[in-house]
Design a binder for this molecule. Structure first.
Ligand SMILES: Cc1cc2nc3c(=O)[nH]c(=O)nc-3n(C[C@H](O)[C@H](O)[C@H](O)COP(=O)(O)O)c2cc1C
Length: 195
């Protein structure tokens, strides 16, 4: 069984409709730990050693957040800047994360059609996530296809419930190692593989 750590980065969790339900659906699953990062670090003073311990104890790491300006809320950037240290995460001797799986879980106000890269001036979610992918590649990790929930403003309670149960299925599949890493990486979205 893979140990899964889900790091939730949402600055306004009490106002969240989607990420709150997604987190609730996986919280308490056996082998899965969920950490609400804005609650742990409201002042942005990240405990680097603690975060590195969490990574060392995990086989699969998930960065869960809403899409903010085609990227993440700022605490995730701070976390990346501080936690993925040279000599730990990358560099000649920085091999602590080698071979671990990592996945982005994204919710977007925009519908899937808003992220069709063949249209003028538009980039796909995968293209926009390139800095996250390349960062984790430098750390010798396996960046999986993202779990994406689009069109959040249009989703009613049923739609959000479906997204949440789909998420629980995906996290369960990652925990139980139901798919090869190669399979988990090659789809546009992990939703397309598992759901
Ligand atoms: C500061 C800010 C920036 C946002 N930027 C984007 C964006 O770039 N693309 C997009 O599709 N939605 C964007 N949104 C919409 C959020 O992604 C959406 O409200 C969120 O995913 C809903 O999830 P929640 O119910 O958990 O908050 C933005 C929202 C805020 C508040």
């Amino acid at each position: 069984m893979n140990r899964v750590s889900i790091l939730v980065f949402h600055p306004l969790m009490h106002k969240s409709r989607v990420n709150q339900k997604l987190a609730l659906a996986v919280d308490g699953m056996e082998g899965v730990s969920t950490r609400f990062m804005y609650d742990i670090y409201p002042d942005f003073y990240i405990d680097v050693k603690k975060e590195q311990e969490v990574l060392l104890e995990s086989d699969t790491i998930v960065w869960q957040h809403p899409f903010y300006w085609y990227s993440s809320p700022s605490l995730l950037k701070e976390w990346i800047d501080l936690v993925l240290e040279h000599g730990f995460a990358y560099g000649r001797k920085g091999r602590a994360l080698e071979g671990k799986q990592i996945m982005s879980t994204i919710s977007t106000g925009g519908r899937r059609e808003a992220y069709l890269s063949d249209e003028d001036g538009k980039f796909s979610v995968r293209q926009l996530l390139a800095p996250f992918e390349q960062t984790t590649t430098l750390c010798r990790m396996n960046y999986l296809s993202p779990f994406v929930t689009h069109g959040t403003h249009l989703l009613d309670e049923n739609g959000i419930g479906e997204a949440a149960s789909g998420y629980a299925k995906v996290i369960g599949a990652l925990r139980d190692g139901l798919y090869s890493t190669e399979e988990l990486r090659k789809h546009e979205y992990i939703n397309d593989l598992i759901l």
